[in-house]
Design a protein around this ligand. Sequence first.
Ligand code: NAD
Ligand code: AHE
Ligand code: ZN
Length: 369
Amino acid sequence: MKSRAAVAFEPKKPLEIVEVDVEGPKAGEVLLEIMATGICHTDAYTLDGYDSEGIFPSILGHEGAGIVREVGAGVTSLKPGDHAIPLYTPECRQCKSCLSGKTNLCTAIRATQGRGLMPDGTSRFSYKGESIFHYMGCSTFSNFTVLPEIAVAKIREDAPFQTSCYVGCGVTTGVGAVVNTAKVVPGDNVIIFGLGGIGLNVLQGAKMAGANMIIGVDINPDREEWGRKFGMTHFVNPKEIADDIVAHLVALTDGGADYTFDCTGNTTVMRQALEACHRGWGTSIIIGVAEAGKEISTRPFQLVTGRNWRGTAFGGAKGRTDVPKIVDWYMNGRIQIDPMITHVLSLEEINKGFDLMHAGESIRSVVVF
Ligand code: NAD
Ligand code: AHE
Ligand code: ZN
């Protein structure tokens, strides 16, 4: 079949809107009509050539929502007409990682997914006879996409696509980092570095968990107002701090935070986030994705004296189990999504969404098909 798609033919070039060919679902696969997709900073990072797994030409996008249109042989958990969210972190419930109960990082299809292919080692997308790679197993910048059954979460049908697509990455990553990874408890002090599409969701997660001080740190002064909307108690703009940012935050929190979160992808900020943790027990969670080749460092003494350095992908959420619940939280008013969708664009306007992100003018842009 044909599908309108925004294709990344080359790194650092705008996406091109073309009609691609999509092969139907094979055994164990599902054809999904994407109704809406968010644009996450990770899409921009890959398009800009910073992803060590970046591969071109590809169809980016990993924050979608849509309707199952066709299922391949052997698919039992989904049927045509089901509303669904694609999962870049699948949940097979059979691999060592899924069975461990210790992680959400299912390994069933990770190897082929990282090479831009379906589990059988081939692509379902082509353009003018040339194969186009999948991206993060999702490729939501195509109106129609194919996913393995284990990488699709069925969601309730009254959830609007335009907002629930954000659960496909940003909401789950941010809120999940707080409740699944950090496990913030009432009274904890929290510092969030980077108040964008992910950081604001960490913020609303921290508020929901009953955190005491919720400190937002961002170099964009406009983010103060955004943070206040979601329960931030203090804002720090590093550009306006005369002394060292770590010393400033440690003083503000009487010795450091219980939990800090990096939502910038900047390795210098990651170090600041670790060192702004409380001596003896503070934990810093890395959410931001750093450019290929970048490394983190700190004095080992920071760890010897009890600070913990951790990371999280997709907020530690097990997609098929947790995503429908997070959609319920949204629909029941426990978490907010609507105010963070700052721009709704057509597919033809998708490059504007990347420009708005780079200019710091959007929280989330969503493309509707
Ligand atoms: P975004 O562009 O919406 O937000 C980034 C924010 O960080 C902006 O507000 C920006 O002003 C701020 N910032 C940039 N440099 C800073 C600095 N030096 N100090 C303080 N603030 C700074 O991006 P996003 O969509 O929120 O994504 C944030 C990061 O999270 C990206 O690296 C993205 O790739 C990553 N991410 C990771 C996961 C995961 O599962 N681990 C999931 C989604 C996104
Ligand atoms: N491909 C990159 C790493 C990118 C990365 O870490 N992605 C996160 C999700 S970001 C969503 O916006 C992730 O899920 N990581 C776990 C995984 O298995 O990819 C690289 O460095 O190679
Ligand atoms: Zn993302």
